[in-house]
Design a protein around this ligand. Structure first.
Ligand SMILES: Cc1cc2nc3c(=O)[nH]c(=O)nc-3n(C[C@H](O)[C@H](O)[C@H](O)COP(=O)(O)OP(=O)(O)OC[C@H]3O[C@@H](n4cnc5c(N)ncnc54)[C@H](O)[C@@H]3O)c2cc1C
Length: 421
């Protein structure tokens, strides 16, 4: 039983941390809630940073999880701009801030998220090399894209993943010249496989993006601190005024690792190992969001999910688990993207190698379709592109874990719910 004298500490003020704090109060927890984050901004959501906010369509104050006053109103002690640099599991304390403040915890939530991977090549210290994770990065990039658009400048993007492609779309909308470089054979290869990656390649090519697949950046060439070009291992030099490194994110596990918590194998995406209750190898320490590696019974594997919905739902699930409630975190992975006039949602989990068939329902050429990834006739994942209100049915098909009639699945006239067992 949790009593009012207890202190729950949350490290990391992203969506997962902020939602966990909200849930603790909503569930009636009356002890201390302390949320510590190394960013100076109040907790905010990141998806707009590569979409509406970057495009200037959404205002800065729309990205925050709660109004600034919400924290005091809900008695959540917020320490912004403060890094937690040590967990002492024996003493049950965390240390944070320049003065090494120690705070005791009864339960601790690590919602430390992820950080952009860095390019390890010459030239990455030039002023025109950018990353995109934080609000300040987006603010800066927005100015860069506007200037590139105005001056007919060139942006080279390393990485044809979600962030790389979303920024490519934004940059083209501003009028910048855009080149995307990726070592894979198609965009989003590790998530969608080759069949569907081409839909995104075509979309961007139609909007004037140049792709170079199967190559690696070897150097960012500069002069007087300014970017001039990006070189690839095929010997080509691509003109560039700015470079965005969008080569993925790494879970922020340093604190947990130093505290001796179990860390997941990289083959499972890394992250901090948790059970289905989001409890780590220390029963008083919990995880949520991008940093959490949790077992998913439906896919019979351990997953680490770097998506908004996982932070939105994982934070509250971890909070309830901290309160001793009976929690099984088995949300289906779900994410979305918006690029130009393409809107997409994806539910499930089907990386290359896990499926043996892709079924398309609708017209992929017109970019109005649902793609299903199947293994032995069973739907592992579904992606709806410019088709709406089908997520629930897609998720039910995945959850059913039963083989479906693939001809009927491919036929838009057959209602999806009629395919459920
Ligand atoms: C540009 C961008 C666009 C995205 N778009 C989409 C999208 O369209 N759809 C989608 O599904 N997902 C999207 N995502 C992913 C989604 O935003 C993340 O999955 C989500 O932000 C994860 O939330 P989190 O709370 O786990 O981690 P984070 O948001 O990373 O928050 C963790 C916080 O903890 C802080 N922190 C870490 N270590 C410490 C420490 N030791 N001390 C104090 N503070 C610490 C970090 O600085 C950070 O503020 C996008 C991400 C980015 C960057």
């Amino acid at each position: 039983m949790v009593d009012a004298d207890q202190t729950f500490v949350i490290v990391g003020g992203g969506l997962a941390g902020a939602k966990a704090a909200e849930t603790l109060r909503a569930e009636g927890f009356s002890g201390r809630v302390i949320l510590i984050c190394d960013e100076r901004d109040h907790p905010y959501e990141r998806p707009p940073l590569s979409k509406g906010y970057l495009l200037g369509k959404e205002e800065r104050d729309t990205v925050f999880v709660h109004e600034p006053a919400w924290y005091a109103q809900n008695d959540v002690e917020l320490h912004l701009g403060q890094t937690v640099d040590r967990i002492d599991r024996a003493a049950k304390t965390v240390r944070f801030g320049d003065d090494g403040t120690l705070v005791h915890y009864d339960k601790l939530l690590l919602a430390t998220g992820a950080e952009p991977r860095r390019l390890d090549i010459p030239g990455t210290d030039l002023a025109g090399v950018h990353h995109l994770r934080r609000l300040a990065h987006a603010e800066r990039l927005k100015g860069v894209l506007a200037a590139l658009g105005r001056d007919n400048g060139h942006l080279v993007i390393a990485g044809a993943g979600w962030i790389g492609l979303e920024v490519a779309a934004a940059a083209r909308t501003y009028g910048a010249e855009v080149t995307v470089i990726d070592h894979g054979p198609t965009p989003l290869h590790g998530v969608l496989g080759p069949e569907l990656g081409n839909v995104f390649a075509q979309l961007h090519q139609e909007h004037g993006v140049r792709f170079h697949f199967g190559v690696q950046l070897t150097e960012i060439v500069g002069q007087d601190g300014m970017v001039l070009a990006a070189r690839t291992d095929d010997g080509e030099e691509h003109p560039a005024h700015d470079v965005l490194a969008a080569i993925g994110a790494a879970p922020r596990i340093g604190l947990a690792e130093a505290a001796g918590l179990e860390i997941a194998d990289r083959a499972y995406g890394g992250g901090i190992v948790a059970d289905e209750r989001l409890r780590t190898s220390d029963p008083d320490i919990f995880v949520a969001g991008d940093v959490a590696s949790f077992p998913h019974a439906l896919f019979d594997t351990r997953l680490r999910v770097e998506h908004w919905a996982n932070a939105l739902n994982g934070g509250p699930a971890a909070a309830r688990s901290m309160l001793g409630q009976d929690v099984t975190y088995d949300r289906m992975p779900y994410f979305f993207t918006d690029q130009y006039d393409l809107g997409m949602e994806y539910s499930g989990w089907a990386p290359p190698g896990s499926y043996d068939e892709v079924v398309i329902r609708g017209d992929a050429g017109k970019r109005e379709f649902i793609a299903f990834w199947l293994k032995e006739g069973r739907v592992l994942a579904g992606m709806n592109v410019n088709v709406w209100d089908v997520t629930e049915d897609i998720q039910k098909l995945v959850r059913s874990a039963e083989p479906v009639n693939t001809e009927a699945l491919a036929d838009p006239k057959t209602p999806l719910d009629s395919l459920l067992p």
